[in-house]
Each structure stands twice: as C-alpha cells, then as structure tokens.
Design a protein around this ligand. Sequence first.
Ligand SMILES: Nc1ncnc2c1ncn2[C@@H]1O[C@H](COP(=O)(O)OP(=O)(O)OP(=O)(O)O)[C@@H](O)[C@H]1O
Ligand SMILES: [Mg+2]
Length: 241
Amino acid sequence: MPLLEARNLTAGYEKLKIVRGINLALNEGEILSVLGPNGAGKSTLLNAIFGVARIFEGKVFLNGKEITGKKPYEVARLGIGYAPQIQNVFPNLTVEENLELSAFKRNGIDVKKEMESIFKLFPEIERRRKNFAKTLSGGERQMLAMARALISKPLVLLLDEPTAGLSPKATSVLLKKVKEIVIELNVSVILVEQNVTKALETSNRVAILVGGEFVYQGNSNELTREEVEKMFFGEKVRQEL
Ligand SMILES: Nc1ncnc2c1ncn2[C@@H]1O[C@H](COP(=O)(O)OP(=O)(O)OP(=O)(O)O)[C@@H](O)[C@H]1O
Ligand SMILES: [Mg+2]
C-alpha cells in the first residue's frame, strides 16, 4: 500500500478546476518529483493534498486512511508536513518562534526536544535561532520552511520549489539535505522543483504535470532533462503512465 495516494483527483479554487484526473502514489522512503511548466498546477496539487485547494472529485489517502476534504490543521496532525512556495515563514518572528508555532500542530510533541533535534539537522539555522526570519539568507529561509514542516514529525513532506531563487551551490546543499532527511527522519517526499536536472538526480520517481494533467510518470533515472522539457511543451516523448 502506498503511503500517500491520490485517486482520480480533480481540484482547484472556487469554480475553477485546475488539476484533473490525478493518480499519484508515494511509497515509503521515496522522493517523487513533480515537474511541469509555470502554471501547470503543481502548487494546486500540493494544496489539494494538504486541504487548501478545493477538491471537486476523487480521493486522497494517507496510510490507507481517507483524508479527502480535511482541513489543513487536521491533515498536518495526521502526518503531512507542507513547506509551501510562498509565505512559508513568518518574517517578523525569530527562527525559534517560527519552529514553535508549527510544532503545536501535532499533539504530544515535546517542542523543546524536537527543536534541538531539528537544529542538529539544520545547523545553518541553529546559528540564527534568535534572529528574525526576515534576516535569513534565501537558502537559510528555505531550510527554516523545511524545518517548520518537519518539526511535527510528518510521514510525508510536501516541498514546493524549495530551491527557488537559490544559487547552484545553495541548491545542491538544500537538495542533499532533502535526501538526508528522508533517511534520518524516515519521511517520504513530494518535491516540486524547477531545476529538472537536479530534480532527476534527487528523486526516485518523477511525475510530469502539463496543463493540469499528468502526462508521464516513471523512474527518474530513465529520463533526461531534454526529454522532460520536451514534454513540458507537449511533445509525446514517452507513453508510460
Ligand atoms: N488561489 C487561487 N485562486 C484561483 N486561481 C488560482 C489560485 N492559485 C493559482 N491559481 C491558478 O491556477 C493555475 C495553476 O497555478 P499553480 O500555482 O498551481 O501552478 P504551478 O504549476 O505551481 O506554477 P509555478 O511553477 O509558477 O509555481 C494558474 O492558472 C493560477 O492562476
Ligand atoms: Mg507553484
């Protein structure tokens, strides 16, 4: 049984259907990249899983339990951590305060203890623990966003463009960190990423979203960047779905 599964999911906002007929399965210990051009609906898909977007049709399961239509705080409690694309930290709170706020999402969490173990994984932000989030560098801020999503010990981590705006060096550091936490924290990841080459390197499997629909799903090592980008433009490179 997959850890996270979406079946025939159609979702969007108000009356607008943005993603349609999505079938997705995330297995334990896996990193799944969701790639696609701007506006394809990648963030909307994560929003739908997390209970932010409206679900018109289909179902979402976590560990075999249906979570379709649950509120974001309920989804978080059940074990999904989300680092959204925008507004993923509170700029006018310190690093510690940012972490404390999200730790409360899950019951029975020893906030102090979890914060120290998170800081072991992210020494880059431990050094800045008393500083306001708005004073962090881009890379540090993305690490804080990821740390906020992880502090409540989720089973599944949703990362929306965690490397946006980062230098190639900072991108590599951050994606290496993603691979590390999969092992260290036993978490499985859906990664939305603009950098196709790095996404293929980082993930086990890849799903390609174009115009709100998956056009391809397969193993990351079977695809090249060129093939992925051709699919972005609607070329039929492969038929595996
Ligand atoms: N809150 C919203 N209300 C209405 N429409 C929205 C909302 N958020 C996004 N959309 C629309 O949904 C479509 C898909 O947007 P989405 O942000 O999911 O794409 P994306 O693949 O994440 O793009 P990007 O790569 O630029 O982040 C766009 O046409 C966008 O205008
Ligand atoms: Mg997006």
